[in-house]
Ligand binder design. Structure first.
Ligand code: AMP
Ligand code: FE
Ligand code: FE
Ligand code: ZN
Length: 279
């Protein structure tokens, strides 16, 4: 039975491999279907899809959308939407700008703490991709403020260190609605320890289609819990490695933390149906 990895990052956001490189690595690791799920951008989808076509790896449209869930930044995976839907592309453009403004705010906080860092250094680190805290972390490592990205998150960039981050992402309800408007499926990313059962139910009330049951950060009990919740609420189940590059232990999960093609088929069927209804 074939397998798929539905959670992969590239240089279009904070991953290290280019979208063109990912399908070949996927094929080497026994994956038949993948989704590039960069943070708030689908720029990686088109080049990855073309590279995948050449070598027989199917690439599904995907994105990891950041949204505001009860004043907390939250990650929602979207799949099999129309990648040319104007309203959805407008939302991604809004989030690209929101990311830039947010990084500027974070850089301001660090400057106030006496660190010598400039937003243009962070933008250069992102090299045209969507900016995020990992790019700030790279600058802090290069400048010797910290020894690793992990330390950067602990000391400066994690939610504890920064406090409530000022950001302008859309609400979780709006995120769900707009993904569905583009014919896509909405899957809660790496729920892990992030939400209580009541909060997951709040997501379901907002129209969530599924849970990312299998993820590199989930232990067996978490997988079991989310599988049971998905079965109970008749939700889709997906899985993915959240591969960001070969540093920091990510590679070992590539081709290992996966989902079955049967689940992929359910996802496709549902979004095909949704597109029929919405046109
Ligand atoms: P942002 O997109 O700016 O909110 O940054 C979130 C990203 O930072 C995540 O997708 C991870 O790639 C990375 N990240 C989050 N927490 C950590 C951490 N503790 N150590 C290293 N990277 C992290
Ligand atoms: Fe990331
Ligand atoms: Fe995430
Ligand atoms: Zn991710």
């Amino acid at each position: 039975m074939g397998k798929a990895d539905l959670h992969i990052h590239t240089t279009a956001s904070d991953g290290r491999l280019s979208p063109e490189e990912v399908p070949a690595l996927a094929s080497e690791n026994g994956l038949e279907v993948i989704a590039i799920t960069d943070h708030d951008t689908i720029d990686g989808y088109f080049p990855a899809s073309e590279a995948g076509e050449r070598i027989g790896v199917e690439v599904l449209p995907g994105v990891e959308l950041t949204c505001d869930f009860n004043n907390r930044e939250s990650h929602l995976l979207a799949y099999c939407f129309d990648p040319e839907d104007p309203d959805f592309l407008q939302l991604l453009a809004h989030h690209k700008k929101a990311r830039l403004d947010r990084i500027e705010w974070i850089v301001g906080q660090l400057t106030q703490q006496g660190l010598d860092i400039d937003k243009n250094e962070v933008r250069a680190e992102a090299a045209g991709g969507n900016v995020g805290r990992p790019h700030v972390a790279s600058v802090l490592v290069k400048k010797g403020y910290v020894g690793s990205a992990k330390e950067a998150f602990i000391r400066y960039l994690g939610n504890h260190a920064l406090g409530p981050i000022q950001s302008y992402y859309v609400s979780h309800e709006e995120a769900v609605e707009r993904i569905k408007g583009a014919g896509g499926a909405t899957i809660l990313a790496h729920p892990g320890v992030l939400y209580s059962r009541e909060e997951i139910e709040q997501w379901i009330d907002a129209g969530l289609d599924g849970l990312e049951v299998v993820h590199s950060s989930h232990n067996y009990d978490q997988q079991k819990k989310y599988r049971e919740m998905a079965e109970q609420h008749n939700l889709l189940m997906t899985g993915g490695s959240d591969y960001h590059g070969d540093g920091e232990g990510y590679l070992r999960n590539f081709g290992v933390i996966t989902t079955s093609l049967a689940q992929v088929e359910k996802l496709k069927q549902m979004t095909r149906q949704r597109k029929k209804i919405s046109v």
